[in-house]
Design a protein around this ligand. Structure first.
Ligand code: SAM
Ligand code: SF4
Ligand code: SF4
Length: 350
C-alpha cells in the first residue's frame, strides 16, 4: 500500500487536504443507551417508541475488527470505543480482546480506550481490563443527585457512577478520565465540587463545552460556558497554569494545579475550535465512516465490507475519503451552519 506522505507530526500516514494525518479512530459499537442525557438523547424525542438500529444493520465484531486493523495499517494509533453506551453491547469484552491483539505496522501497541457513562463498570471493568482495555473515560456531569439525575434523564444516581469509577481503578484502568459537559444554568454550580472531587480521587477531569451536535437537544450558544470562564472559576479556588499538550492533535487543553494537585482539561470545541489539529475519523454502529462530528453524510463502509471487497479495496475506499477530507465545521460555525442538517451524536459515536 502506498503511503508516501507524512502527517504534521512527521510520522508516516495518510494526510487530508489540510495536512492532517489519520491517527484516531472512534468506533461506535451501538446506538443504544440506558441514559437519556438532555444534551444528547432527550427522552421526549428518544422515548419508548424510538427505533434503534436492528441487529443485522450493526457491524459485527469481525467487521469492526477488520476495519480497525485496516485503519491501524493506515496510521491510526488510537482506538476509542464509544456509542451510544458501549457497555450495553453484549460480549464487549470479546471485541476488546480482538482489538487488543492488533499491532501497528512498527509492531507497537495501539492505544485502546473506551468512553462510557459508567453505569455498568462495576460489573464490566475487570473483564474489560483482562481482555486488554488500557483506560476508560467516564462521563459525569455533577456530584449532585438532583442535577445529575435531571441531566441523565433517568435519575441515575451519582453513587453508582462513582462506584463504577472505583471498580475501574481497582481493575487497573487508571488514570481515569472524567468528562463533564457544562451547561449554563444547569450544572455550572457543579464545576468546583467536581474539580475538588477529581483532585482527591486522582481523576483527570475534562470540562467539555456544550456542543451543537445533532438537532434534538435544542442547543443555544448562550448555554455554552466558555472554557476561559471555566479556567477562571477553577483558578479562583486553586491557582492553575497551562501544561504542554501530550501530543499535537490532543483534544483537551491541559491545565495544571500549581499546588501539585494534578491536572484538568478543557475541550473548547465551540469557543476555540481545534479543527486544524483534528486527526479523528468515526465509524458509526451501522458502519458509516464520518470524517467530522458535524458531517452530514457518512460513507458506507458496511456496504463495502459486505460486498466481498478485498483488504486492498477497503483500504483504497478509506484512503480516497481521507485524502479528500477538508472538514473544519467548528472553525466555520456561524448562524448559518447551525441550521445545516446533522447526525445525532449517539448515532455517529461521540
Ligand atoms: N455513552 C457514553 C458516554 O456518555 O460517555 C459514550 C458516548 S457519548 C455520545 C460521548 C461523550 O459525548 C460523552 O462524554 C458525552 O458527555 C458527550 N456529549 C454528548 N452530547 C454532547 C453535546 N451536545 N456537547 C458536548 N458533549 C456531548
Ligand atoms: Fe447515552 Fe452517552 Fe448520550 Fe448520555 S451522552 S445519552 S450516556 S450516549
Ligand atoms: Fe474535527 Fe469536525 Fe470537530 Fe473540527 S468540527 S474538530 S474537523 S470533528
Amino acid at each position: 500500500m502506498e503511503m508516501a506522505q507524512n502527517g504534521f507530526d512527521g510520522r508516516p500516514g495518510l494526510t487530508d487536504t489540510l495536512g492532517r494525518a489519520l491517527r484516531d479512530l472512534r468506533i461506535s459499537v451501538t446506538d443504544r443507551c440506558n441514559f437519556r442525557c438532555t444534551y444528547c438523547m432527550p427522552k421526549e424525542i428518544f422515548g419508548r417508541d424510538y427505533e434503534f438500529l436492528p441487529r443485522d444493520q450493526v457491524l459485527t465484531f469481525e467487521e469492526i475488527c477488520r476495519l480497525a486493523r485496516l485503519f491501524v495499517g493506515l496510521g491510526v494509533e488510537k482506538l476509542r470505543i464509544t456509542g451510544g453506551e458501549p457497555l450495553v453491547r453484549r460480549g464487549l469484552a470479546d471485541l476488546i480482546a480482538m482489538l487488543a491483539a492488533i499491532r501497528r505496522p512498527d509492531g507497537g501497541e495501539v492505544d485502546l480506550t473506551l468512553t462510557t457513562n459508567g453505569s455498568a463498570l462495576r460489573a464490566l471493568a475487570r473483564p474489560l481490563a483482562e481482555a486488554g482495555l488500557r483506560r476508560v473515560t467516564v462521563s459525569l456531569d455533577s456530584l449532585d443527585d438532583e442535577v445529575f439525575g435531571a441531566m441523565n434523564g433517568i435519575e441515575f444516581p451519582v453513587a453508582k457512577v462513582l462506584d463504577g469509577i472505583a471498580a475501574a481503578t481497582e481493575a487497573g484502568l487508571a488514570p481515569i478520565k472524567a468528562n463533564m459537559v457544562v451547561r449554563r444554568g444547569i450544572n455550572e454550580s457543579s464545576v468546583v465540587p467536581m474539580a475538588a472531587w477529581a483532585r482527591e480521587a486522582n481523576v483527570v477531569l475534562r470540562f467539555i463545552e456544550y456542543m451543537d451536535v445533532g438537532h434534538s437537544n435544542g442547543w443555544r450558544l448562550d448555554e455554552v460556558v466558555p472554557a476561559d470562564e471555566l479556567i477562571e472559576t477553577i483558578g479562583a479556588v486553586w491557582p492553575v497554569e497551562p501544561a504542554d499538550p501530550n501530543y499535537r492533535g490532543e483534544v483537551a487543553d491541559r491545565w495544571r494545579y500549581r499546588d501539585g494537585g494534578g491536572e484538568f482539561g478543557v475541550i473548547s470545541s465551540v469557543t476555540q475550535p481545534f479543527c486544524r489539529d483534528c486527526t479523528r475519523a468515526r465509524i458509526s454502529a451501522e458502519g458509516k465512516l464520518y470524517t467530522c462530528l458535524f458531517a452530514v453524510d457518512g460513507h458506507d463502509a458496511r456496504a463495502v465490507l459486505r460486498s466481498g471487497a478485498s483488504d486492498e479495496e477497503l483500504a483504497a475506499f478509506v484512503q480516497g475519503i481521507w485524502t479528500r477530507r477538508g472538514d473544519r465545521y467548528s472553525e466555520l460555525r456561524s448562524a448559518a451552519t447551525s441550521t445545516l442538517p446533522k447526525v445525532e451524536m449517539f448515532a455517529m459515536g461521540g
